[in-house]
Write a protein that binds this ligand. Structure first.
Ligand code: ADP
Ligand code: MG
Length: 229
């Protein structure tokens, strides 16, 4: 469809990251320069330990930037204060390897959770919005169940509904198929693709599963903290 590049929604420049281990410091990202564009599905592919999750956490403002910068929709993460970071995080939905659902509350309540801290008064109740999100991912009939009663694929659908509930511009997915069998994994990535294309969401998905690469508009490879070009 649309092939010309739109404006960068995420712009990463000179990004480095260290972890302190014992008495040593280990650099795990060695200067990443990378842009993501509106509505695209970009897959970052690389072996375990190559820095994928670290990169995703930095983009999602879940880790503090040590060196370099990431610009999200015009906002600089480097040097941003806590309230700014909170605002930026609100533009981003997360889908994790394991679904990260709370087992003590219902599926519907899990999807409502990201709205719990929203002060903006919605015309629709968060319950209605969550129910609609569950309909969109095809599991509204399980709304009142506890997550423990769902299959792996159904849980990941709930996680997708939860990631999309605030209509984020960006969804970050960290190995969303890792705990699923091939067929279920395929259904989940097809759903992520459908959501991205219908809602115009920019998706950055990291994985080492090469069976799902075909859903990507663009594939980026990372190895040992460096992008391969
Ligand atoms: P990937 O997601 O590609 O498997 P990660 O970003 O999780 O890679 O990890 C990159 C490297 O950083 C690995 O060597 C990992 O062991 C190390 N690492 C990740 N998180 C931490 C942490 N909190 N403290 C120390 N080392 C870490
Ligand atoms: Mg990881």
């Amino acid at each position: 469809m649309m092939k010309e590049k739109s404006k960068a929604v995420i712009s990463i420049s000179g990004l480095r990251h260290n972890y302190t281990e014992g008495d040593g410091v280990k650099e795990v990202l060695h200067g990443i320069d990378l842009d993501f564009y509106g509505g695209e599905i970009a897959i970052i592919m690389g072996p375990s330990g190559s820095g994928k999750s670290t990169l995703l956490k930095l983009i999602g403002a879940q880790l503090t930037i040590q060196s370099g910068d990431i610009v999200i929709d015009g906002d600089h993460l480097s040097g941003a204060n806590q309230s700014r970071l909170r605002e930026i995080r609100r533009k981003i939905g997360f889908i994790f390897q394991s679904h990260h659902l709370l087992d003590s509350i219902t599926v519907l309540q899990n999807v409502q959770l990201p709205l719990a801290f929203d002060k903006s008064q919605n015309s629709k109740s968060s319950r209605e919005l969550a129910y609609e999100a569950l309909q969109t991912v095809g599991i509204a009939s399980h709304a009142e169940k506890k997550p423990a009663h769902l299959s792996g694929g159904q849980k990941q659908r709930v996680a997708i509904a939860r990631a999309l509930i605030r209509k984020p511009a960006i969804v970050l997915a960290d190995e969303p198929t890792a705990s699923l069998d091939e067929k279920t994994g395929r259904e989940v990535v097809e759903l992520i693709k459908k959501m991205s294309k219908e809602l115009g969401v920019t998706v950055v998905l990291v994985t080492h599963d090469n069976r799902i690469l075909d859903i990507a508009d663009r594939i980026i490879r990372i190895n040992d903290g460096n992008l391969l070009v």
